[in-house]
Design a binder for this molecule. Structure first.
Ligand SMILES: Nc1ncnc2c1ncn2[C@@H]1O[C@H](COP(=O)(O)OP(=O)(O)OP(=O)(O)O)[C@@H](O)[C@H]1O
Length: 253
């Protein structure tokens, strides 16, 4: 499956300031001992945009995603989700923010084996003591094509089906932003295309902001723009990417 031409943004930055940004990083640095994994990074993800993050192994992609999503705290700098300064939140509040306002999709699906598809999808709501909005639940279950598998356990699903359940789980709280870390790395190209289409739809149909970490130029081509990391810094941005232009830019970095 090939990616459609990117449809909306030509830039992930927000020229109007923080008001239009889902997540803003200001001079964010993350060090591990002597290693500087993120080096004074500033960036804003415009609401409703779909951005791919690319870079060589060790360039800081996972660190970027973990800091931007509140999974980890930077050594210095400021990260805001909307107007909320993550650095000002205590651990419990940060956990609740991640559960209620952020969606995550990982390479390994991370479904709970003992729970059926429906319970896996609604888990973030259950953990937050909330009930599913039945209209929204029905919509996302149909969107990911799992309406007839709600009683199935993850072990009875293919990798692509499990990842579609994980996407539904990421969307069930209507998060402001969805972070996806190599979500298609274990999938064949056609199945990967199905999963990427779901992320594209999340941005286009529901205005969610999507940030995708990937090594794959074909996957990156589903995004509105590609941000390139090298040695912990943002070194380039490519708008309206195609697999060919991503590959070309990658080779000339
Ligand atoms: N927990 C950690 N402890 C020490 N060093 C770390 C830790 N996490 C990351 N690093 C280092 O920080 C740098 C950036 O790592 P990061 O995992 O963010 O890169 P990446 O671009 O996601 O790599 P890959 O594509 O291989 O997953 C690397 O030099 C890595 O060794």
């Amino acid at each position: 499956m090939t990616a459609p031409h990117a449809v909306s943004a030509t830039s992930a930055t927000d020229p109007s300031g923080h008001g239009g940004a889902a997540v803003t990083l200001e001079r964010v640095t993350k060090t591990y001992g002597r290693v500087t994994a993120l080096d004074n990074v500033s960036w804003a993800f415009r609401r409703g945009s779909f951005t791919a993050i690319m870079g060589a192994s060790g360039s800081g992609k996972s660190t970027f995603l973990h800091c931007a999503s509140g999974l980890d705290r930077p050594t210095s700098g400021t990260i805001r989700l909307g107007e909320t300064d993550l650095g000002k939140l205590k651990e419990t509040a940060l956990t609740e923010l991640r559960r209620d306002r952020v969606g995550f999709v990982f390479q390994g699906y991370n479904l709970v084996p003992s729970m059926d598809v429906q319970r896996n999808i609604t888990l973030p709501l259950t953990l937050g003591g909330r009930r599913a909005d039945s209209g929204w639940l029905t919509e996302i279950v149909h969107r990911v094509g799992m309406a007839d598998r709600l009683g199935t356990k993850p072990s009875q699903l293919s990798g692509g089906q499990q990842q579609r359940v994980a996407v539904a789980r990421a969307l069930v709280t209507r998060p402001e932003i969805v972070f996806a870390d190599e979500p298609t790395a274990a999938l064949d190209p056609r199945t990967a295309g199905h999963v990427l289409r779901l992320l594209r739809e999340a941005a286009d149909a529901t205005g969610q902001t999507v940030v995708l970490v990937t090594h794959d130029p074909t996957a990156a081509a589903w995004a509105d723009s590609v941000v390139f990391l090298s040695e912990g810094r943002i070194v380039d941005e490519l708008a309206r990417p195609t697999a060919a232009t991503v590959l070309n830019r990658w080779e000339t970095l």
